[in-house]
Design a binder for this molecule. Structure first.
Ligand code: ADP
Ligand code: ASP
Ligand code: MG
Length: 595
């Protein structure tokens, strides 16, 4: 008999009528012959309300008590949903995370799932019950209640679908699917029929609040197809599966992280090991760092800039405070009024000038770009917060995201190949371990024969990045990584990019003409560099990946020239002479996660 997991978000159980509607949807599925597990969030804005209450009684609520409090939102809603099902004449049982055996680690408010004991759920299903499971919560080894982080009910649902071997996982929410960007921010956003795990994972981690990014890690790891659909209609929504909607589009979605903050550590000695000290201090607080840019050192000093979520700025600054002296940095600056706009697409990896198109769109809209980072399937630009909405609209339009691509897959084609894709034996083997959300790496690789070009003294002005990368595109040069740093000293920035070794002369020539045209300070180039990539799933939220990587390279005295991170890869640019050493030491350090 098939098993279906149906998750209902807060808006979908916001009042008694909606609770009864959710109950009816589950009963209908049961009548169609499915075993049904519901995963339910707290009603409406209940979690926000509980957070408000906590801050009204304490300036610094203890983390343990906070999770104890927040979990009550879901405890209330599961009981009400089960009552509604009972009243409608079907059998239901509500279970808290602890009751259905959701074991987590002990990091309050960001707990990771270790294991789920399916025995109790299966027993109730065998007895003909609809099981109503509380989302977002678990228990640690000492029976303390933990929560998975805001939006975490999605992760509960997909994790349950994985361990129960569900045939379908439905995310019932207040939108009728996944859109090319948040439809609340941009009404012209288009609903897509299908989106790939990789794209959804990046988009979710870059601000697309429709799915908790960790739920997509699970889905990808265990091959769970997800159907995101409206709670309030019977229309098909969006399937999140392995394949993308279109093979030809360079970009499939855009996202905005409105509350981002930029931090720059100034005058850091440019020697191996310094980045490691900076990033491990932050990783210890489980803060996920993004847009890491280390300006290529001049006179033995470098500036290291990066972004963190706005609400983790204070925590990050306090972590840095304790190490400033140790690393010999000369200062620290930050900007809390910035937003990150990103575009994501599997197709961009193989197409030229995608970045230039994004920069031109921002330039034409009068948006100034403070920082840039790219990775194989995303490009992010840091912009002033008051220009965030303009920036999002400009990139959405530039990539014509409102138009359905000509080669978009049909719904029937998607259904046909969205059955569980992972090898069943393989999944079962992985499920037997005691660390469901443990880091999964898929490989460590090096790409040799790369070169780097750096432009210093790039004016922090609208349109400069667009001019530069269009010029490089016209010269027929394929650009891989791009980073634009932030220079707290004279207001200018430096831009580095990597190209193929063979293109270095041509690249330097173009760079020199750009340098003159825009009165920049200097152009530098380096041949013989290697890109080292650690690939896996959910690498940004597993903050230890960066820490271990930097630690290993520092111990081996290998200097990191450029860094680019995404959910799928952490890439560093190093000297080619050290490529093999670097690969070997990382393979040893990550042996467990590589499986
Ligand atoms: P739930 O309470 O059901 O979990 P959420 O509020 O967490 O619902 O997620 C749904 C919301 O996500 C939508 O109302 C929408 O505003 C927002 N959203 C952000 N990005 C996207 C996107 N790319 N596609 C669809 N919705 C998005
Ligand atoms: N109730 C929690 C929150 O509001 C979890 C969830 O809804 O997914 O974040
Ligand atoms: Mg949600």
């Amino acid at each position: 008999m098939s098993l279906i997991v149906q998750k209902f978000g807060g808006t979908s159980v916001a009042d008694p009528e909606k609770i009864r509607a959710a109950a009816r949807r589950a009963i209908r599925a049961q009548k169609q012959g499915h075993r049904v597990v519901m995963v339910v969030s707290a009603m409406g804005k209940q979690t926000d309300e509980l957070l408000r209450l906590a801050s009204a009684v304490s300036d610094k609520p203890p983390a343990r008590e906070m999770d104890m409090l927040l979990s009550t939102g879901e405890q209330t809603s599961v009981a009400l949903v089960a009552m509604a099902i009972d009243d409608l004449g079907a059998k239901a049982v509500s279970l808290t995370g602890g009751q259905f055996g959701m074991k987590t680690d002990n990091s309050y408010s960001k707990a990771r799932i270790r294991s789920i004991d399916t025995g109790r759920i299966e027993k109730h299903l065998d007895e003909g019950h609809i099981v109503v499971a509380a989302g977002f919560q678990g228990i640690d080894d000492d029976l303390n209640i933990t929560t998975l982080g805001r939006g975490g009910s999605d992760t509960t649902a997909v994790a349950l679908a994985a361990v129960l071997g569900a045939d379908a996982c439905e995310i019932n929410t207040d939108v009728d699917g996944v859109y090319t960007t948040d439809p609340r921010l941009l009404p012209e956003a288009r609903r897509v029929d299908v989106i790939s795990y990789d794209e959804m994972l990046e988009l979710a981690s870059l601000g697309a609040g429709v799915m908790h990014s960790r739920s997509i890690e699970f889905a990808k790891k265990f091959g769970v197809p997800i159907h995101v659909r409206s709670s309030f209609s019977d229309r098909d929504g969006t399937m999140i599966v392995a394949q993308p909607e279109s093979e030809s589009s360079p970009v499939s979605g855009a996202a905005l992280t409105k509350d981002e903050a930029r931090i720059t550590v100034l005058g850091v000695p440019d020697v191996p090991g310094i980045s490691q000290t900076v990033f491990s201090a932050i990783a210890e607080k489980k803060v996920a760092v993004d847009m890491v840019v280390q300006n290529i050192g001049v006179e033995g000093k470098a500036d290291v800039s990066f972004t963190v979520p706005g609400d983790e700025l204070e925590l990050t600054l306090s972590a840095l405070d304790s190490i400033m002296e140790k690393i010999g940095a000369t200062g620290l600056t930050h900007d809390a009024d910035v937003s990150k706009v990103s575009v994501v697409g599997l197709g961009m990896a193989s197409q030229k000038s995608v970045a230039a198109r994004m920069f031109r769109a921002l330039g034409d809209a009068g948006v100034n770009i403070h920082m840039i980072t790219t990775s194989e399937i995303k490009i992010s630009a840091l912009v002033p917060r008051d220009q965030a909405a303009t920036a999002l609209r400009a990139v959405h339009e530039a990539f014509e995201l409102h138009e359905r691509p000509a080669d978009a897959k049909t719904w029937a084609a998607i259904q046909a190949d969205s059955s569980r894709e992972a090898d069943v034996d393989d999944v079962v083997a992985r499920l037997q371990n005691d660390a469901l959300e443990a880091l999964t790496l898929t490989g460590i690789s090096i790409v040799e024969g790369q070169a780097r070009v750096t432009l210093d003294g790039v004016p922090d002005q609208v349109g400069v990045a667009a001019d530069m990368f269009e010029e490089i595109g016209r010269a027929g040069i394929f650009v891989d990584m791009i980073i634009q740093g932030y220079d707290g000293v004279d207001g200018s920035t430096s831009v580095s990019f990597t190209i193929h070794d063979n293109d270095l002369d041509a690249g330097l020539k173009v760079a020199k003409s750009i340098c003159e045209a825009h009165s920049m300070r200097d152009v530098r180039g380096a041949a013989g560099i290697t890109k080292l990539s650690v690939s896996g799933i959910g690498l940004r939220s597993h903050t230890q990946v960066g820490t271990v990587l930097f630690e290993q390279l520092a111990d081996a005295k290998i200097n990191v020239e450029m860094i680019a991170t995404s959910e799928l890869q952490v890439n560093v640019v190093i000297d080619s002479k050290r490529g093999d050493d670097a690969k070997k030491c990382l393979q040893a350090a990550f042996a467990d996660a590589l499986g």
